[in-house]
Design a protein around this ligand. Structure first.
Ligand code: DLZ
Length: 160
């Protein structure tokens, strides 16, 4: 699933669903904040560019990507949102911690998608180094926050 040939910010605005009236929760992790703030800002801008009212977007932070599971669960269970976008960045280090966090967050968010009727969008960047994360948070390969926003719009339109 290489993103090398794909710009994460590229989308056809003429086919993206209108977000007017949709309520979106955005959750972002403070770890690697240089990256996650850019992803968060990209997601907010793209939602607004496609019709979501700024008052209908709630943005909350959690300490690290691990906490995205609990935070997203709370947002989903609140019943306030038509979609929840979970944003984090895990960069591979010298220990297996990377693998545990990535697997745990992926499993946790997957479970929410199966058990609840609110689509949870996977905005977790998992990279081998900081450069790869920068390339995907507004750099050479676009911004995964934009991609998450477009995905949320499409999911809300298709299933609500
Ligand atoms: C502890 C930790 C480490 C080593 N690396 C990251 C990371 O690259 N990205 C991230 O979002 N969080 C990291 N964390 C923090 C964990 O996600 C979590 O916040 C702590 O283990 C406390 O539960």
């Amino acid at each position: 699933m290489a993103t090398e040939m794909h710009n994460l910010s590229a989308y056809d605005a003429s086919v993206v669903a209108d977000g007017k009236g949709r309520k979106v929760g955005i959750l972002y992790a403070e770890w690697n904040s240089e990256i996650t703030y850019a992803l968060r800002d990209g997601a907010v801008k793209t939602l607004i560019d496609n019709g979501v009212n700024s008052e209908d977007i709630d943005v909350k932070s959690v300490p690290g990507s691990w906490e995205l599971i609990f935070g997203a669960a709370q947002m989903v269970k609140s019943g306030k949102y038509d979609s929840v976008i979970a944003i984090g960045c895990v960069i591979r280090g010298d220990t297996p911690h990377f693998d545990y966090i990535c697997e745990g967050v992926t499993a946790g968010l997957s479970k929410l998608n199966v058990e609840y009727d609110v689509p949870v969008i996977f905005g977790l960047i998992t990279t081998n180094n900081l450069l790869q994360a920068q390339e995907r948070s507004g750099g050479r390969l676009g911004n995964k926050g934009d991609e998450c926003a477009v995905t949320a719009l499409q999911m809300m339109a298709t299933f609500k």
